[in-house]
Design a protein around this ligand. Structure first.
Ligand code: C2O
Ligand code: CU
Length: 470
C-alpha cells in the first residue's frame, strides 16, 4: 500500500512538471541525462548518487501511440559523452544511437534530437550505447511504451523495471565498472535488486484488489542479471515478448525468464481472496531463491466474481514474415570467457592469444573468431536488403548470453534443432551455455546494425559484431 501511494504521488509530480508525460502524439520530449541522488535502499541508509534521465531511476515512462512520431531531445549533463539507443524500436539507422556508427557521441553540455516513427506497439526501453557497462549500471534507463490503437481491456497497466546496483555498505555505488573478473565471467551482477528504482526484496509490496486484471510489463534493464520469476498462487499469461505480441500462453514451468534487455508483458488476473499476501520469487539461483515482491490484496470485496471474459491476444505488429525455406543461412559462433575453450582471437587484423587479449586489450569474447573493441568496424555479415535470413547462433561458452540485434525483430524458430512452440518474435535471444538458437527475419531496415551480447561487460569485452543491410 505504502509503495503504491508513493509511486502515485511521484507520477503526479512528474505530470505537473512535464505536461508531455502520459499521452504524447508528436510532441517533443526532453530527456536530460545528469547526476542525481536517489533513495534506492531503505531510509536508514543514505541516498545513492546515480546517473539518470530527468532526475529519476528509472526515468519517467514515455508513452506514445502506435503510428505517432517521437521527437526526443537528449541533453547531456553527464561528465562523459553519451548517446541514446531505443532498444527494440525499428528506427531509421541514423536514429539508432550507436556512437561513431550512426552519430557522433553527444559531448557533455551538448544535445541531440532523435526523431522517428513508431510502427510497432509494445514495451520498449532506452539506454546509452556508450560505456553502457558504466552508464546503464549507474542508472541511465527508461521505458518507452507504444500503446496499441486498440488495446486489450485491463483494470490497470503497470510496469516493473527490474534492475540491480552494486552498492557499498554506505549505499554508494561501487566504481568497479571495468572489473576484468566481471568481463570474463557473468558480467557485473549487482548486490541490490530493485523494482522501479527501489529495493523491494525485504519489504516491497504491490497492492492489488481481488478480481483485478492487470497488464504487467516487465523490463530487465540490469547490465548482467538474469531474472527467473515465479508468481506464487497466480497464473500469469504471456501476451508479448520484447514488445512483440505472442499467442497468449502460460510461461514454461511457470517461470518468466528475463535476461538483460528483455521484456515480457503479462496478463495477471488477481483471483486470490481479499486480505491475502503472495510472493513473487526470483528462482534464477536455485540454491538461494529470493523474494522479489509481495502481492498484497486489499480488504475490499472482490471487483468481480470471475475473471473478465474479454480477449487478451494483441494484434500483431506490421513485421515482414521470413520465408524460412528460401532463407539465406549463416552461422554465428560465440566463444571465449572463463572456462571456455578459446585460445586466440582475431583482433584488429591480428591473431592474439587469449591471455594477452584479456590483459592488454580488456577483451575476452568473440563472434565468429573476432573480438571488437569499438562500435565502428568491418561488418561480420552483409545482408541483402529485403532478403530473408536464418542465423544459427551457437553459444560455445560456459555462460549464458542474451544476444540483441538492432533495427529488426526476429522469430526464434528453433533451439538445439527443435522447433519452438510459439515461434516468438524478439529482439534479444538468450543462448544458454552450449545452446544453439536459430532466428529468422527479413533484413528490411537498411544500415549498419549492432549485434551484441546485452551483458554489457561482455559487449565491451568483444562480444559484438556489425550486420550491414544494404
Ligand atoms: Cu539495448 Cu545495443 O542495446
Ligand atoms: Cu554475454
Amino acid at each position: 500500500m505504502k509503495v503504491t501511494r508513493r509511486a502515485a504521488l511521484k507520477s503526479i509530480a512528474v505530470l505537473a512538471a512535464a505536461p508531455w508525460f502520459g499521452r504524447a502524439r508528436a510532441a517533443t520530449v526532453t530527456l536530460t541525462a545528469g547526476v542525481a541522488r536517489q533513495q534506492l535502499v531503505p531510509a536508514e541508509y543514505p541516498q545513492t548518487e546515480v546517473w539518470s534521465y530527468n532526475g529519476a531511476v528509472p526515468a519517467p515512462e514515455l508513452r506514445f501511440r502506435q503510428g505517432d512520431t517521437a521527437r526526443i531531445v537528449v541533453a547531456n549533463r553527464l561528465p562523459q559523452p553519451t548517446t541514446v539507443h531505443w532498444h527494440g524500436l525499428r528506427v531509421p539507422n541514423r536514429m539508432d544511437g550507436v556512437p561513431h556508427v550512426t552519430q557522433p557521441p553527444i559531448a557533455p553540455g551538448a544535445e541531440f534530437v532523435y526523431e522517428f516513427a513508431l510502427p510497432d506497439a509494445g514495451t520498449y526501453w532506452y539506454h546509452p550505447h556508450l560505456a553502457g557497462y558504466e552508464q546503464v549500471a549507474r542508472g541511465l534507463y527508461g521505458v518507452l511504451i507504444v500503446e496499441e490503437r486498440d488495446p486489450i481491456r485491463v483494470d490497470r497497466d503497470v510496469t516493473w523495471v527490474l534492475s540491480d546496483f552494486r552498492l557499498n555498505p554506505d549505499a554508494s555505488q561501487r566504481e568497479d565498472f571495468e572489473s576484468l573478473f566481471d568481463l570474463t565471467h557473468g558480467g557485473r551482477v549487482g548486490n541490490t535488486v530493485t523494482v522501479n528504482g527501489r529495493f523491494t526484496v525485504k519489504d516491497g509490496a504491490f497492492a492489488v484488489r481481488s478480481g483485478e486484471r492487470i497488464r504487467l510489463r516487465l523490463v530487465n534493464t540490469a547490465v548482467a542479471r538474469i531474472f527467473l520469476l515465479r508468481f506464487n498462487s497466480h497464473e500469469p499469461r504471456v501476451i508479448a515478448l520484447d514488445g512483440q505480441p505472442v499467442e497468449p500462453h502460460a510461461p514454461e514451468r511457470g517461470l518468466v525468464e528475463l535476461a538483460p534487455g528483455m521484456r515480457a508483458d503479462l496478463v495477471l488476473d488477481c483471483l486470490q481472496p481479499p486480505g491475502s499476501r503472495h510472493l513473487v520469487m526470483d528462482e534464477v539461483n536455485p540454491r538461494s531463491e529470493s523474494r522479489l515482491m509481495a502481492i498484497d490484496y486489499s480488504a475490499e470485496p472482490p471487483l468481480r466474481a470471475r475473471p473478465p471474459a474479454g480477449p487478451i491476444a494483441l494484434a500483431p505488429n506490421p513485421l515482414a514474415e521470413p520465408d524460412v525455406a528460401r532463407a539465406g543461412r549463416h552461422e554465428m559462433l560465440f566463444e571465449g570467457g572463463a572456462m571456455g575453450g578459446l585460445r586466440e582471437a582475431q583482433f584488429e587484423g591480428e591473431r592474439v592469444p587469449l591471455g594477452a587479449l584479456v590483459r592488454q586489450h580488456h577483451l575476452a569474447w568473440t563472434i565468429n573468431g573476432v573480438a571488437v573493441k569499438e562500435h565502428a568496424h568491418r561488418p561480420a555479415l552483409t545482408l541483402r536488403r529485403d532478403g530473408h535470413y536464418v542465423l544459427s547462433l551457437k553459444n560455445d561458452t560456459a555462460w549464458p548470453h542474451p544476444i540483441h540485434l538492432h533495427g529488426h525483430a526476429f522469430r526464434i524458430i528453433a533451439r538445439n534443432g527443435v522447433q519452438t512452440p510459439h515461434r516468438e518474435w524478439r529482439d534479444t535471444a538468450l543462448l544458454a551455455p552450449r545452446e544453439r538458437v536459430d532466428i529468422a527475419f527479413v533484413a528490411d531496415n537498411p544500415g549498419d546494425w549492432m549485434f551484441h551480447c546485452h551483458i554489457l561487460s561482455h559487449q565491451a569485452g568483444g562480444m559484438m559484431a556489425m550486420l550491414r543491410v544494404a
